[in-house]
Every structure is written in structure tokens, then in C-alpha cells.
Design a protein around this ligand. Structure first.
Ligand SMILES: *Cc1c(COP(=O)(O)O)cnc(C)c1O
Length: 362
């Protein structure tokens, strides 16, 4: 077999090896069709079965209510930044945003182009090193919805417990931690996630939407921008990203075979602890960006004493096949993205390297 590395890239990101192997086996002949899954019609029986099974599996893994719909859309999470206010922020209404990082800011700025928005809380003053406390969150009266980002991919923070705002529809960007832990889907009106972090490859965005939200869609939009178009046509109004949906399907089956979300959370906690423990035991050599209470289980962000050491860290790690550790330019330092598909061994290898590097350079 060709060489595989430990891929800590933030997205597109690591995929489970069994998924890639199965895709490789299927590539030339999908379900005995004599055609690749890349070549079959999105209206054919073989693809439609896969498409429907993907929706069912996604809802089953999340324990979503039966009347919620899963939509397969395009444009990435970034398109959702615009589509959410276009569909759900009518003139005269206000949408609340909780600002916890760069993607939350982008969602907020895009919504401000559509209608009236309100920053209900922000941790920008401390460079997004934490999630606002409940008493800091000031919702507007009768907000059309509240938007949160469950995991902040760039800063490495995560809501330890997802918030609830009774009476106000809750919308969440879960691009970088969807399916990493169980949570109560029924508290959410709409959840969206670009697939390329925790679900599959780039090219498809998965949306989970409640019937109450579908009933509120703005009917004056071009049909391609209305969530109801996707719900009514089973995401087959236009051609969906069939290959991306196929890979998501395999990832969901892999998750199910590996114990589902409860098992995933346990494994993700174990993985993150390996790296955070190495960081905390370094006597201040490594400094985490996130406040401890809000540390992400998906993206571990930390700095070293000086940019020269940081460059050396990245290049030595690479020689050990630990790839993609350079942090985002807005935070600097390192970021280890350890999504569901990252094996425990990858985190252990990184933690061992961190200890060794600190000993030699501390
Ligand atoms: C990566 C990411 C995005 C942007 O996703 P695209 O699919 O590139 O538009 C948005 N939100 C979060 C939380 C992300 O991690």
C-alpha cells in the first residue's frame, strides 16, 4: 500500500482509511452497474437509494426527530451564511448572532447585507479565546433566530454544552464538529455543515432543518435559494454533488460501525486529552490559545516561544509524517485538527513529538 501520513489539516481533512479503500474498490463498478459512481445518473435507482439511505443514516446517528429533513446543498458553509438570513430574516425583524470566531463574524457580516442583525455576545475582546457566558448573552426581543458556531475551527474553542434559547429558533454552523458528540437535535431549527471537516469531502453541505423552519421560508427568493425547494424535491431539484454524498454515506456507515456518536465522543475526548496533557505538562513551553474550559475537541491551537521554534516544529513534525500543523495566520502558532477520522495513534504520535521537542528546545 502507498504511504499514509497523519493528516492534521483543518479541511479538507483526514478521512477514515476504510472509507477510502471502499471508494477505491467501488470506483469502476458501482453496485454492479458497470459504471463508476461518478458516472451514474442522479435520477437512477442506484444513486437514489444511496441518497435516501444517507439522509436516513444521518438522522439516525444524530437521533433527529422523524419530521426533520436532511438537505444536500452546494456552496459550502459560506453559502449558508447568506441563505439563512435570505430565508429567515424578513424586513422589520432582527437576527441575533453570537460571535465566537472568524466564521461567526463572516456569517454575521453576510446577514447584515440582508437585514437587521444584532451581536448578542462576542468574545472578540480576548481574541476569541472563549465562548461567552450565559449572563453575557443579550438577545433582542422577538429575534427571528439566534445563530451560533458550535466549534471555532480557527481559534480552537467549542461550546462545552450547546445553548438553548426557548422560544427563539436556534441556527448552528456545525461545520467542524458535527457528529463528533451526541446532542439534542430537537432544540435546533437549522443546522448546517460543510462536509470537508467531519463528514466527507468538499462539495456538499449538509443541512438539517425542522418543519417549523421550512414553514417560514421566504417564498420571494429564486427557487434555487429556498430551503423548501430542496426539501420538496429530496435535494434532487438540480444535480447534487453525487460523489461527495457517496463518500458521506460511507463515512456515516463507518461511524455507525464504530459505535455511533457516544463512542465517537469518548474517543475524541481521549484523543484531545493526549495533546492537551502534553501541552499542560510542558511547563509553559506550549501555550494554548483557548481558555481551558472552552478547549475544542476538534482543533487544538497552541503557540511556542517564538516563530523560529514554530517553524522548526512544523518542519520536524513533517519529517515524522505529522502533516498540516501550521496554525491559521490570524492566530499564529500551531493547530492540530483531530476530527473523528484521526486515529488515537495519530494524537499519541503528536503528543510524543511535542514532549520530545520541548525537552530539546525548552
Ligand atoms: C470551514 C468552515 C466554514 C467555511 O466552510 P466552506 O465550506 O469553505 O464555505 C464555515 N464555518 C466553519 C465553522 C468552518 O469550520
Amino acid at each position: 500500500m502507498s504511504k499514509r501520513v497523519y493528516n492534521f489539516n483543518p479541511g479538507p481533512a483526514i478521512l477514515p482509511l476504510p472509507v477510502l479503500e471502499e471508494a477505491q474498490r467501488d470506483l469502476l463498478d458501482f453496485k454492479g452497474s458497470g459504471m463508476s459512481v461518478l458516472e451514474v445518473s442522479h435520477r437512477g435507482k442506484a444513486y437514489e437509494e444511496l441518497h435516501n439511505e444517507t439522509e436516513t443514516l444521518f438522522k439516525e446517528l444524530l437521533g433527529a426527530p422523524a419530521d426533520y429533513r436532511v438537505l444536500f446543498m452546494g456552496g459550502g458553509a459560506s453559502a449558508q451564511f447568506a441563505l439563512v438570513p435570505m430565508n429567515f430574516l424578513p424586513a422589520g425583524a432582527v437576527a441575533d448572532y453570537i460571535l465566537t470566531g472568524s466564521f461567526a463574524e463572516k456569517a454575521f457580516e453576510e446577514a447584515a447585507r440582508v437585514g437587521e442583525v444584532h451581536s448578542a455576545a462576542s468574545s472578540k475582546a480576548t481574541h476569541y479565546d472563549r465562548i461567552p457566558r450565559p449572563d453575557e448573552i443579550q438577545l433582542s426581543p422577538d429575534a427571528a433566530y439566534v445563530h451560533i458556531t458550535s466549534n471555532n475551527t480557527i481559534f480552537g474553542t467549542q461550546w462545552p454544552v450547546l445553548p438553548e434559547f426557548p422560544g427563539v429558533p436556534l441556527v448552528a454552523d456545525m461545520s467542524s464538529d458535527i457528529l463528533s458528540r451526541p446532542f439534542d437535535v430537537s432544540k435546533f431549527g437549522l443546522i448546517y455543515a460543510g462536509a470537508q471537516k467531519n463528514l466527507g469531502p468538499s462539495g456538499v453541505t449538509v443541512v438539517l432543518i425542522s418543519p417549523e423552519m421550512l414553514a417560514k421560508v421566504n417564498k420571494n427568493l429564486p427557487v434555487i435559494f429556498q430551503y423548501t425547494t430542496y426539501a420538496k424535491n429530496n435535494s434532487l431539484y438540480n444535480t447534487p454533488a453525487t460523489f461527495a454524498v457517496y463518500i458521506v454515506n460511507l463515512v456515516l456507515k463507518w461511524l455507525k460501525a464504530n459505535g455511533g456518536l457516544a463512542a465517537m465522543e469518548q474517543r475524541n475526548r481521549e484523543k484531545a486529552a493526549l495533546i492537551y496533557d502534553a501541552l499542560d505538562a510542558s511547563g509553559g513551553f506550549y501555550k494554548g490559545h483557548a481558555a481551558k474550559e472552552f478547549r475544542s475537541l476538534m482543533n487544538v491551537t497552541f503557540r511556542l516561544p517564538g516563530e523560529e521554534l514554530e517553524a522548526a516544529f512544523v518542519s520536524e513534525a513533517k519529517q515524522l509524517d505529522l502533516i498540516g500543523l501550521k496554525g491559521h495566520r490570524s492566530v499564529g502558532g500551531m493547530r492540530a485538527s483531530i476530527y473523528n477520522a484521526m486515529p488515537v495513534e495519530g494524537c499519541r504520535a503528536l503528543a510524543d513529538f511535542m514532549r520530545d521537542f520541548a525537552k530539546r528546545n525548552g
